[in-house]
Design a protein around this ligand. Structure first.
Ligand code: MTE
Ligand code: MO
Length: 512
């Protein structure tokens, strides 16, 4: 056996470093707050008994976290080297060792509050790259060993050894590049977050909640959807991180005058603010891909009027910094409704994942044809001449929202006391408005609900009704009527191609 254990240890080390670097880069690119090492460090710290933590803080002062992270990394480097040596004879034992290490990171992530699937990605990515790198290096080491042991005079140990060292060098360079990528991505995120935190936009005020919009019934969606709870839909695996100073919007195409707006130009204009409910065409009957926020921004009608659309134009192809696009009816952007380039949500600059620094909001249209996040380009055009991300996949060209209503309390399957029962929820038809909501028990008479107030026709409205329910299994069903007296249809349609229809129906159990 001519290769030394040292080379196996080196392979283990290099493979481990590749895995760590890749998990770090993945964390930065996916905007997962913590890389596996940081999460494990946090978990470790939270499990450490108080006196030890006190001792650590006293001994290392502000550096206590750094000491812990450095300690974990040193431990890992030793573990990687040992696992590399182990891989020489017992490949599966080494793999098991790494599964255990990754398992610790998975547990640390899983025990954090509200972990999402994406939070596990850095650990998985790191694990996969570790295995692949070790397998490649081990392959070259084995060949080297074979050649070294062989009696064949034509065998050239130098040759296979060179390949091994090339592979080690390549893997190290790869880890370095990944680490660098992680740093750059992380710093772009930090820069955008920092500029967002420092941003004060004149004319943006805290949400102005009108009287009477909420019945304050527990279980019914709150009037204002907190930005942190607002549903998130986009196709961007990596969310754009654009500092306002780097943002601009180009409006061009079938216009008399092309316009390019900087962020400063935009927010120097008059700010418009309103409550607007946004929902997704993929929201199923009774679903929760909907939210209501206080949006602040600049009216698109005034900006587009300056550009001067040509008479033949009927669409605006909006493009996001991440490449996603959608076609929006020009009329919806220019009529009296409050279509805007939004810069703030619920009184704060847009959260990065909701389109910072600028997104489009158009009351009355589903998000997929209007609500472009990280919007950077608007081409005034004709629907005949364009296709866009979702219309290419079979969704309708025009996406006006459909009337809908939802029962929030009681919940489907709830046990309730028989007798008087308060049923409540929300209903919406942005840009038209709701005039009435009706509820029926077991297909009986439609009973009118009481409506809360709304500041405009672009928001959802809360409703409630007190019903008498007899003992037993009961079915509740809701429908809404709009301000033009059109009644919500009970015909069931799928979300594809232009939004679901049907009455939200739940089963409850009334008990004596
Ligand atoms: N850049 C970009 N903007 C986008 C999307 C997207 O995939 N990419 N999805 C749209 C869809 S389908 C919806 S429903 C809304 C959702 O906005 P939200 O994530 O802020 O709730 O954003 C719209 N804007
Ligand atoms: Mo959507």
């Amino acid at each position: 056996m001519k290769t030394s254990r040292g080379w196996w240890a080196l392979s283990g080390l290099v493979a481990g470093v590749v895995g760590l670097a890749l998990s770090y880069a993945a964390a930065a690119l996916l905007h997962v707050r913590e890389s596996p090492v940081a999460v494990v460090a946090e978990g470790f710290a939270s499990l450490t008994p108080g006196p030890v933590v006190k001792w650590a803080i006293n001994t290392f002062d502000k550096d206590d976290k750094k000491v812990l992270v450095v300690g974990i990394i040193l431990f890992l480097l030793v573990a990687f080297a040992l696992l590399g040596r182990l891989a020489r004879r017992r490949w599966w034992a080494a793999v098991t060792g790494y599964v255990v290490l990754a398992g610790i990171a998975v547990v640390a992530v899983a025990t954090k509050p509200n972990p999402s699937v994406i939070d596990f990605a850095p650990t998985v990515v790191g694990f996969l790259f570790w295995i692949v790198t070790l397998a490649v290096l081990a392959e070259w080491l084995r060949r080297w060993e074979l050649v070294a042991e062989s009696e064949d005079p034509r065998a050239e140990p130098m040759h296979t050894r060179r390949h091994f060292f090339l592979a080690v060098g390549g893997a190290t360079a790869f880890a370095g590049a990944a680490g660098l990528l992680g740093r750059v991505a992380g710093s772009a995120r930090r820069r955008a977050e920092e500029s967002r935190r420092l941003l004060r936009i004149e004319g943006v005020t805290a949400p102005d909640v009108p009287d009477g919009v909420s019945f304050e019934i527990p279980g019914v969606s709150t009037w204002e959807t907190p930005s942190d709870d607002f549903y998130l839909i986009d196709t961007a695996f990596i969310k754009p991180t654009i500092a306002p100073a780097d943002w601009s919007l180009r409006i061009h195409g079938m216009v008399e005058k092309e316009i390019t707006l900087s962020y400063r130009d935009l927010v120097a204009r008059e700010i418009t603010q309103d409550w607007i409910t946004l929902n997704c065409v993929s929201n199923t009957v009774g679903g929760d891909l909907i939210g209501n926020a206080w949006w602040s921004g600049v009216r698109l009608a005034s900006i587009l009027a300056e550009a001067g659309p040509l008479p033949e134009a009927n669409a605006v192809l909006q493009t996001s910094d991440d490449g996603w696009n959608c076609g929006t009816p020009l009329a919806a952007l220019m009529d009296e409704r409050n279509a805007m380039l939004a810069v703030a949500m619920n009184g704060e600059p847009l959260p990065i994942e909701h389109g910072f620094p600028v997104r489009t909001i158009v009351p009355g249209l589903y998000g997929y044809v209007s609500a472009t996040k990280w919007v950077v380009d608007m081409e005034v055009t004709r629907f005949d001449d364009i296709t866009a991300y979702w219309t290419d996949k079979g969704w309708s060209e025009l996406g006006p929202v459909k009337i809908a209503s939802r029962i929030d309390v009681p919940r489907n399957g709830d046990d309730v006391p028989a007798g008087e029962l308060v049923v409540a929820g929300v209903a919406w038809l942005q840009h038209t408005g709701i005039s009435a909501v009706e509820v029926q028990v077991d297909g009986g008479r439609w009973q009118r609900a009481e409506l809360a107030t709304t500041p405009n026709v672009d928001t959802w409205v809360q409703w409630r009704v007190s019903l008498d329910v007899e003992e037993g299994s009961r079915q509740l069903r809701v429908r809404a009527i709009d301000l033009e007296d059109d009644v919500q249809t009970g015909a069931i349609a799928d979300v594809l191609p232009d939004g679901a229809t049907g009455w939200h129906t739940i089963e409850i159990n009334a008990k004596a």
